[in-house]
Ligand binder design. Structure first.
Ligand code: ATP
Length: 362
């Protein structure tokens, strides 16, 4: 396995800048995710690591080796695609064997490696089937075996679970994670599904319009998003706009619902900055009893309640027209109804103060 480094990588297609000035370091054995909306450049970046694209600017390193000019077949990467890309006229066994065919490996060793790869993904019993006799999940497991059989230094996965139904996706998530744990191999995984990234990743880079806007652990990205785009893309977020009026241990923001205190989400925060107080819906709850000292309380009117099974989501209009969402987990009963006046509490440390970059930034 290798450490993968991208230094100032830019990749264009004609006038389209697909990837711009990307710097990333992916550690040996890391399970690293590239996350972002459609068209943000994730696949282009992954294919640049694989060697299918040569960047116009910047370098790609595997450990200390500069591989920018090295062709894909000499990089020892295993690829897994959304559409599996199996050969329909070959059996499962032959598909996995194909991954080895380019390499000079003795026939007896080959057999052993194919057997092991199929065993890893629990597909030995299907070795003589052709891909069209397999379910989507089974096909993807064969594709994984084909990527792993070459004993790659890094495995690159491009939306590998997107073609599977919701339940199978969850199952495959666990299988891929378990494989990563047992092999300890460097993996880079592309997805637009933030839940997948949060659930599986060691670290995530969030991309927007060709650039990496934030990278960090799932927990950091979720609880301390660097800007509105990341906050919005990774789960739901309430944004209350205001102006910085106090700079101290805590930051005070004057908003239409009173002064809110929170922690800074960017470095050079100044007095009078126009900002957004970002609060996750699950960090808000209906006030029962007296609020704590570090609590904020706002009142509003329930507009709507949506039952989602694991949570119940309440949409609440605050007096100034700001609309917020409150998520009540484990909702055994509905706690408020449209038209009800409610008080909502949330802790100061649940607020991240973000620069207000305007609507277009989201
Ligand atoms: P998706 O999730 O939809 O696959 P993505 O984040 O992987 O999106 P890319 O496929 O990397 O995005 O595309 C980034 C940008 O580059 C897009 O604007 C896309 O239209 C453009 N692009 C990608 N491949 C090519 C190509 N071969 N020729 C021209 N433009 C391309």
């Amino acid at each position: 396995m290798v450490r993968v480094r991208l230094k100032d990588v830019t990749k264009r297609f004609g006038s389209v800048v697909a990837v711009e000035c990307v710097d990333l370091e992916i550690e040996k054995g890391e399970f690293f995710f590239l996350l972002g909306p459609s068209g943000c450049g994730k696949t282009t970046l992954l294919r640049t690591v694989a060697g299918f694209y040569r960047p116009e600017r910047g370098r790609v390193f595997f450990d200390d080796r500069d591989v920018t000019e090295v062709p894909p077949e000499k990089r020892n990467t295993g690829m897994v695609f959304q559409n599996y890309a199996l050969w329909p006229h070959m059996t499962v066994w032959q598909n996995v064997a194909y991954g080895l065919s380019m390499r000079n490996i003795a026939p007896d060793k080959r057999t052993e490696r194919i057997r092991q790869a199929l065993q890893m993904v629990r597909m030995e019993a299907y070795r003589d089937r052709s891909p069209n006799q397999l379910s989507g999940g089974q096909q993807q497991r064969v594709a994984l075996a084909r990527a792993l059989v070459i004993e790659p230094d890094v495995v690159l996965l491009d939306e590998p679970l997107s073609n599977l139904d919701a339940r199978l996706r969850l199952e495959m998530r666990e299988q891929i994670q378990a494989l990563h744990r047992s092999l300890g191999i460097t993996m880079i995984y592309v997805t637009h599904d933030q839940k997948e990234a949060l659930a599986m990743a060691g670290r995530v880079a969030v991309m927007q319009a060709g650039r990496v806007v934030q990278s960090g652990s799932p927990r950091t990205l979720y609880s301390q998003p660097a800007n509105r785009f990341v906050a919005d893309f990774i789960g739901e977020i309430n944004l209350i706009s205001g102006k910085v009026v106090l700079l101290d241990d805590e930051i005070g923001v004057e908003t239409p619902v009173g002064v809110l205190y929170g922690r800074p989400g960017y470095d050079d925060i100044r007095k009078d900055d126009q900002v957004l107080c970002a609060i996750r819906p699950e960090a808000m709850e209906f006030l029962a009893g007296r609020p704590g000292e570090a609590d904020h309380v706002v009142t509003g009117t329930v507009r709507n309640a949506i039952y989602l099974g694991e949570t119940e989501q309440y949409v609440v209009d605050l007096p100034d027209g700001t609309r917020v969402k409150l998520a009540d987990s484990h909702p055994l009963v509905q706690r408020a109804f449209p038209g009800d006046r409610v008080s909502i509490r949330f802790a100061r440390d649940a607020i991240t103060i973000l620069r207000d970059e305007g609507e277009n930034a989201a």
